[in-house]
Write a protein that binds this ligand. Structure first.
Ligand code: PLP
Length: 381
């Protein structure tokens, strides 16, 4: 099996796997809010994990709030702005976890505007300086489909200088590139553990000034009263393990850079009409989003899967017709390309690129021959 869908979820980290097996076999699960020794010990472990995560992210422990993942962290941030007539600006290539909250805030009376996106996948931030009032500006550091890295540090610096609160979605950046919260000028940021080899269902909300946060989930006083509910301490422990090894993960992704470039070069040589999205922009290594005009993504995906290669099609399917994703639409990509998209997102220590290349090329030759077209030709009876 070749699992090439790391941007959706990473396979479980080996150290986490060993740790969890031992941990579950020991079978000691205790509520961190209990006052007895077992509860106190669990609480102590959580606080140690918080310190580990904070250190890896260049934050102080009180700025780290454990949540169930990026989606919840994002909801917590936007919850601060509901009921108020706030001016919020964001990009159109954000994850749906952001875009759906923006739709809700719009219904609640906020004014939502969007940055433009260039065809190379880079968000144009000029509106930050030209729009009169902005309360919150929101930008993802790395796009999950294209892997294009945005100028999120420049974005946060500009926001800071203009007195605008900034939110950066770090979900696809952490583990691939170094990040230091303290020097970033960012007010709010989020990430998800399962993108890094930790368990699903655990994530972090980073907040510059935790005292200013209203909780979204009400109940007990967990997470210093900011996020009620018994902590997902097994998830937290798994996250601390991967966070502790973040430098070695980043080194692996950095070593993957030339391999990805070489792979894409060969793809273009073998399939001259292939389009690789964002290939002229700065991208994280391991992510390749491509389309071959005339070939449907589902057909390529099924062929790859039958050869044991698991990839993702970024295009959503409606009425059996693949639709160009919102990200590619924002980049002004024609449906001719947008409907046939395949995303490869490789593990950091990838060495299966040659096998993937060989399969894609043979699938291309096979499907091109049988004319797997969706060029809207009318069938004349
Ligand atoms: N933001 C980005 C950029 C993502 O890629 C994802 C997940 O794919 C999310 C947010 C949401 O993460 P989760 O589903 O772990 O909450």
């Amino acid at each position: 099996m070749i699992y090439a869908d790391y941007n959706s979820t990473s396979l479980l980290d080996e150290e986490v796997k060993t740790y969890l097996t031992k941990r579950i076999n020991e079978g000691i699960f205790s509520n961190p809010s209990s006052l007895h020794a077992l509860g106190r010990h669990q609480k102590y472990i959580i606080e140690n994990c918080r310190k580990v995560c904070a250190k890896s992210l260049g934050a102080s422990p009180n700025q780290v709030i454990f949540t169930s993942g990026a989606t919840e962290s994002i909801a917590m941030i936007f919850n601060q702005f509901s009921q108020e007539k706030k001016e919020i600006i964001s990009s159109e290539i954000e994850h749906n976890a952001v875009l759906e909250n923006l739709k809700l805030l719009k219904k609640q009376g906020c004014n939502i505007s969007y940055f433009d996106t260039h065809e190379n996948g880079v968000v144009d931030l000029r509106k930050l300086k030209t729009q009169k009032i902005i309360d919150l500006a929101c930008l993802m550091a790395v796009n999950n489909e294209t892997g294009v890295i945005q100028s999120y540090l420049e974005f946060a610096k500009t926001c800071h200088s203009l007195n605008i609160l900034s939110f950066v979605d770090l979900t696809q950046l952490i583990g691939k590139q170094k990040f230091v919260f303290e020097s970033s000028n960012i007010d709010f940021a989020c990430l998800s553990g399962h993108k890094l080899g930790a368990l699903p269902g655990i994530g972090i909300l980073l907040i510059k000034n935790p005292l200013e946060l209203n909780s979204l989930i009400r109940g007990g006083k967990q997470e210093h009263g900011l996020r009620a509910g018994t902590e997902n301490y097994i998830g937290i422990e798994s996250l601390a393990i991967v966070m502790n090894n973040l430098d070695s993960l980043m080194k692996k992704y950095s070593n993957l850079e030339n391999v990805t470039i070489e792979f894409e070069k060969k793809l273009k040589e073998k399939i001259p009409n292939i389009k690789i999205f964002g290939d002229e922009s700065e991208r994280v290594s391991g992510t390749t989003l491509f389309s071959i005009p005339g070939l449907m993504s589902q057909a390529i995906q099924i062929e790859l899967e039958s050869n044991g290669i698991f990839v993702s099609t970024s295009a959503a399917c409606s009425d059996n017709e693949p639709e160009t994703s919102h990200v590619l639409r924002a980049m002004n990509i024609d449906d001719k390309y947008g409907r046939g998209v395949i995303r490869l997102s490789l593990p950091p220590d990838e060495n299966e690129y040659n096998q993937i290349l060989e399969k894609i090329v043979s699938i291309y030759l096979k499907l091109s021959k049988i004319g797997n077209f969706f060029d809207n030709r009318e069938i004349k009876l």
